[in-house]
Each structure stands twice: as structure tokens, then as C-alpha cells.
Design a protein around this ligand. Sequence first.
Ligand code: C5P
Length: 222
Amino acid sequence: LSRMRIALDGPAAAGKSTVAKILADRLGFVYIDTGAMYRTLTLKALKNNKNLENEEELTSLLLNTNIELKPGVNGQRVFLDGQEVTNDIRSTEVTNNVSLVSTHAAVRKEMVRRQQLLVKNGGVVMDGRDIGTHVIPDAELKVFMLASAEERAKRRYEENLSKGIHSDLEILQREIEERDHLDSSREASPLKKAEDAIELDTTSMNVELVVNSIIALIKERG
Ligand code: C5P
């Protein structure tokens, strides 16, 4: 059980990171948020006025970029070339550009290489879009988390509100749907349920219920 690798995939704002964090805490596993890695590269590219359509430019930028994920009190902390960017990578500008950066096959190849190094020793919960299909194709447990776009927008709206940020629900839903569309239609490792993943529609489930359902699956397999 302690060396298990759990792959958690699904569309934007489906609650993957909330659930992954709690699972990792309860199991004493390491939580790895792969979206944060794509976000960090996007942040650096925006800061350096890179052309986000240019695969070669972004790949060479990534090869010269150090991305570190460290456990923190409130979940994972993220460092870009030694500077903390935990909050900066959640900006609307990064969120609305990250899917474009993530379409490039050569960028993905390097990200997957780095992610595979992080799961080598097991005992991990990794969340993303292609974890079950490409990063850990032989994961001991794969879960594909879904929820309606409306419900996901509502959750993100409330999450923002709890941070004191007031957002427009309709715009949030549109941005989420746009990101899903780009993530699912790209050629290189699109967002897709792995054949052997267990689908969990969380539209009418609360966090506790989702966590408990996944723990039951882990016990079945561990
Ligand atoms: O998980 P999060 O919403 O932070 O991910 C941000 C974006 O990073 C996704 O919309 C997707 O474009 C990209 N991503 C990806 N593959 C992953 C994780 C994230 O393409 N494994």
C-alpha cells in the first residue's frame, strides 16, 4: 500500500487537487500537482514575452527552467528558478494561457520525463490530465473525476469567494469549458479517461464522499 501510485485525472476544476491533497495527507503519500508545472512554465513564458504558439521557443525555455514542488502547510508550494510562485501561477492570465502552452508535444515530453522521476519511488497521488494515460500507465489505481461544467464553475466561484475574490459565474463557466475543449482536442496526450480508470462523477458528491470512495478503492487494491 505504501508504495502505491494513484493517478487522478479529469477536466478543469473537477476537485482533483482538493481530493488529492486530502488523500495524500491521510495516506502519508506525496501529492504532486502536474498542472502546477505547466502553469509555472506559462508564467515564465508570459513574463519573458515569449510567443506561446512557438513550440521550439517554449521547449528551450523549459529546458532552462527549474520547477520545484515542495510540500507546504496548505498543500504544495511551487518554486520557479528558486523563487516562490505558489500564488502567481493561479492568476487569470496564467489560467487562460496554460492550455495553449500545454498543447506542444515537445513541452509535454519534457514535463512527462520530469514527472516520471517524481513517481519513481511510489507512495504518490498525482493529479493532471494524462497521468493514467501517459505519465503512469501502470498506476495501481487510476481515477477519472468528472462533474458538470455548471457545478465546476459553481465550485470555483465559491472557492474564489472564500479567498475574497468576487468572480462572474458565467465567465468562469465559459473559461472552464474553453480549457476543457483545448485540453481534450489537442493532438499530444489529450485529456482522456484511461481504459482501466474508474470514472467518478462528483456532480452531486461532497469532498468527504469522494475521498471515502477513493479510499475504499485503494483498500480493495492495496
Ligand atoms: O490542473 P490545472 O487546472 O492546474 O492544470 C492547468 C492546465 O495544465 C490544464 O488546463 C492543462 O492544459 C494543463 N495540464 C496538462 N497536463 C497535465 C496537467 C495539466 O496538459 N498533466
